[in-house]
Design a protein around this ligand. Structure first.
Ligand code: ZN
Length: 226
């Protein structure tokens, strides 16, 4: 095992099994670049590829964003997840990019079965999009960016926490830019700029992205929002 990694001991929240799973040492984390949708490119191992652990006995995932595992959720998982999942114990070791993708897709499946909040589902869809970006698969990246956007919009419509609106609007603008939806970008930039409850620094970030986008976008009237 390379010194970038260590084996952490984790206890499964579903079946209580204690197991060892690979993690990236904090001292080994080297950030290369941060992208505008918060995707981080690392020199060396990517710690995010290891932050969801899978129980080698039952296949449940330990992920800090998942809510409490109630008896009802356990029953749903037993019927619709545990009985179907196969060949997962090797995911506790070093992970290939395909393994990472599989873990994230399992997490997204569990999140929808257990009805996690839209923000959690959006975050997982975004991770899948990032993984496809790392693999160079633009088509699948766009498909999952679209899914992430759908759930960020859902969170925006249903969410109760006003303090999150600024960062949500940023993500809605950002993902629409990446999907090259000019009219949607323009609409959401306008909404964000005119919204009094959004902090100045977030408005500035949104304006900067709008300026970048306008500078690279061709063939439309760019004078409408400034
Ligand atoms: Zn388990």
């Amino acid at each position: 095992m390379s010194t970038e990694f260590y084996d952490a001991t984790v206890t499964c929240k579903y079946c209580g099994t204690s197991f060892k799973t690979r993690k990236v040492r904090t001292s080994a984390i080297r950030v290369d670049k941060r992208e505008s949708d918060y995707h981080v490119i690392y020199k060396g191992a990517n710690p995010m590829h290891y932050d969801i652990s899978i129980c080698p006995r039952c296949g449940y995932l330990m992920f800090e964003k998942f809510g409490e595992l109630t008896d009802h959720k356990k029953k749903v998982l037993e019927e619709k997840y545990m009985s179907k999942i196969r060949d997962f114990s090797r995911l506790c070791g070093e992970r290939s990019i395909d393994d990472v993708l599989r873990i994230y897709k399992l997490a997204l499946f569990i999140a929808s079965l257990t009805e996690e909040p839209p923000l959690v589902i959006a975050g997982l869809a975004l991770r899948i999009a990032w993984t496809y970006r790392e693999m160079g698969n633009n088509e699948e990246e766009a498909r999952f960016l679209e899914q992430a956007l759908e759930y960020y919009l859902k969170e925006f419509q249903e969410g109760q926490d006003d303090s999150k609106f600024g960062s949500l609007m940023y993500m809605i603008v950002e993902l629409n830019i990446r999907l090259n939806r000019y009219e949607e970008v323009r609409k959401w930039v306008g909404n964000a700029i005119s919204n009094k409850s959004i902090p100045r620094d977030i408005k500035n970030k949104i304006s900067d992205r709008w300026q970048d986008y306008k500078a690279t976008y061709c063939g439309k009237d760019l004078s409408v929002v400034d």
